[in-house]
Design a protein around this ligand. Structure first.
Ligand code: HEM
Length: 603
């Protein structure tokens, strides 16, 4: 059929008033046209169609309607965006955004911005938009809209942590939900699950505390004053190593010190505001950020290898009737799950999970202990008050224990005040939105990076009187009891779907350690070096180096010696009631369970 055919007319004949050139709609709307389309139109002029019997106003009206509809749609969307706008925030520089303004202590800058722009504001870091949540908006996002805010950003650094299979740094998926439950219940089974597991855990703490105190007293005799930071890291790592792998290390063990001695490098790279994550192009030419990132990759490789070796060793010696430690428990739980579900994609998640538990626990807990020791010497009157409380409740004839916790409210108030005042995890691990959402009237698109500013809550003058003053008394009511409403207002373990899985274990350990320090020794500062409470920023805030001297409060350490000599009895603690002599049960044992840390839990 000829192209210019019009029914009822001869080809080529045209009605003068009813000849319409039908062209692509985009031609009228000024939309995109391919060059091919333009050529076609010029070569084959146009399709001439005469619309006999049709009012010429109709196609025009149709076009007008289309344009109006599209315009209205645009207007509607624009007005929609205006009625739920993105959060306000400071002006950003091209290329780097607000990165330079973060300074050395980003949490303080972010808290200042919250005072200026409100609890929800946004900044630009490199090319990434980051929404920062402060104050009330944190509970709203993490608890009430928990799923929307439960993601992790696709940051460069996160991908190097167990090849992206980490629970803590990995995305929010169906597998993640199952994985987290297994990890959480494993942690509980080896710490706060029940009275028996609590006692086993307490025994690990006692063993390690004895070693540490002996070392501290020795160092004081040798040097008068010494820096305790590294020993506190090794000591904490040893408690977790005993629980995780059934093994403790000596303070001189070079491999162990290498593995746990680079927490600061790790936390500086994954902490909120880490530059390489928002300007990944810095990895590709020599500069200090690249050097730092290369070190980060190396330490992750070495840490990963340390954990993988432990898992391999465990797989070789595991027996189905005995669960020696967390690694055994996790191997059994995850292998069973792997057989049942497709969600794992055939991957072995034991090493990444043990890496998460061991890594997250020893870094945070050792930082907490460093702060506790520093503050005890900074405020000697508080150290004295704790000693008086523990002497009164426990007396000098036995050691403090878990059962004493309720009767030692000042110690708990002190621990909570250390957590509030230092806020040593000032921002959580960065989150991201997993869907388009809104908060406090602001729209937040999917995949937006979210910083959770825990510091802003712990230092909010509306919540705490004189928040910049260290005062444990604030947590005690007029009867001297712990005010639970106030303690639950301290935010350091985060909230909601990503809330820390080690919270209960941590509180138990920090209580025990503080009570044992107060009961067993006296710590003093080096008068030649005035104590400051300065710190370096990272995922955890690490206090600057400080020096102390440690002396025993009693004549000797006989209570600790006695308690840890009972190790063989504790090694027969079990969950189901079966006990067996442990030396026959595992390949990781030695006669003294305090020496290698392996206490056996039978399941
Ligand atoms: C005082 C000690 C501790 C503090 C202050 C602390 C704090 C935190 C914080 C703030 C987060 C990030 C939550 C978020 O992104 O919203 C976290 C995550 C995590 N913590 Fe802890 N933590 C401590 C001890 C521990 C211990 C002892 C363990 C293990 C036994 C542990 C295991 C984890 C894990 C696995 C995650 C990742 C959770 C997830 O992404 O779902 N933490 N912790």
């Amino acid at each position: 059929m000829p192209r210019n055919y019009t029914p009822g007319r001869q080809p080529g004949a045209k009605h003068p008033s009813q000849r319409w050139r039908v062209q692509p709609l985009s031609t009228y709307l000024g939309g995109n046209r391919s060059s091919r389309c333009i050529q076609d139109i010029s070569r084959i002029p146009t399709m001439d169609v005469t619309l006999e019997g049709i009012d010429p106003a109709t196609p025009r009206a149709f076009l007008l309607a289309c344009v109006t509809l599209l315009f209205s749609l645009h207007l509607w969307r624009w007005l929609g965006q205006r009625s739920v706008p993105g959060p306000p925030g400071p002006l950003a520089w091209p290329l780097i955004g607000n990165a330079a303004q973060l300074g050395k202590l980003p949490h303080l800058y972010l808290t200042r911005m919250a005072q200026k722009y409100g609890n929800v504001f946004q900044i630009k870091l490199g090319s990434r938009t980051v929404v920062v949540l402060n104050g009330d908006s944190i509970k709203q996002a993490l608890v009430k809209q928990g799923t929307d805010f439960a993601g992790r950003p696709d940051f460069a650094s996160f991908k190097y942590i167990f090849d992206g299979d980490s629970l803590a740094f990995g995305p929010f998926t169906d597998w993640w939900k199952v994985h987290r439950k297994v990890a959480q219940s494993t942690v509980r089974t080896f710490s706060t699950g029940n009275t028996t597991t609590k006692k086993t855990f307490e025994h690990h703490v006692l063993c390690e505390f004895r070693e540490l105190l002996q070392l501290f007293v020795g160092k004081t005799k040798q040097h008068r004053f010494f820096q305790p930071m590294t020993y506190l890291v090794v000591s904490t790592a040893n408690i977790m190593s005993a629980v995780c792998f059934g093994k403790r290390y000596t303070y001189e063990d070079e491999e162990f010190r290498q593995v746990v001695g680079r927490n600061d490098q790790f936390t500086q790279t994954v902490g909120a505001g880490s530059i390489v994550d928002v300007m990944p192009w810095l990895q590709y030419f020599p500069n200090p950020i690249k050097t730092m990132f290369d070190n980060f990759k190396k330490l992750n490789l070495e840490f990963g290898q340390f954990i993988r070796d432990k898992v391999i060793e465990h797989r070789k010696t595991i027996q189905s009737s005995i669960t020696r430690d967390m690694t055994d428990a996790l191997i059994m739980a995850l292998d069973k799950l792997g057989d049942k579900t497709e969600l794992t994609g055939g991957k072995d998640y034991v090493s990444p999970t043990m890496g998460d538990i061991f890594g997250a626990s020893q870094d945070t807990l050792s930082t907490a202990l460093q702060w506790i020791v520093l503050i005890l010497v900074k405020y000697p009157e508080m150290q004295l008050r704790i000693q008086q409380e523990v002497d009164k409740v426990v007396d000098r004839s036995r050691l403090p224990s878990i059962e004493d916790q309720l009767q030692l409210p000042y110690i708990m108030a002190f621990v909570y005040e250390v957590m509030r005042f230092t806020s040593f995890v000032p921002l959580t691990i960065p989150h991201s939105t997993i869907t388009d959402t809104s908060i406090m009237g602001y729209t937040i698109p999917k995949n937006t990076v979210i910083f959770i500013n825990q510091w802003s809550i712990n230092h909010d003058p509306a919540l705490w009187s004189h928040p910049e003053t260290f005062n444990p008394q604030r947590f005690l009511d007029q009867n001297g009891a712990l005010n639970k409403d106030l303690t639950s207002s301290v935010l350091i373990f985060s909230l909601g779907k990503r809330r820390c899985i080690g919270e209960e274990l941590s509180k138990l350990q920090l209580f025990l350690f503080t009570a044992l320090i107060a009961h067993q020794c006296h710590i003093t500062a080096d008068p030649a070096r005035p104590l400051k409470l300065d710190y370096n920023y990272g995922l955890t805030l690490k206090p600057h180096a400080f020096s102390i001297a440690v002396s025993l409060r009693g004549h000797n350490m006989s209570l600790l010696d006695e308690a840890t000599r009972d190790a063989e009895d504790y090694s027969q603690l079990h969950i189901t009631g079966k006990t067996q002599p442990r030396r026959r049960q595992t390949g990781l044992t030695s006669p003294d369970s305090c020496r290698n840390g392996s206490l056996v839990i039978l399941v």
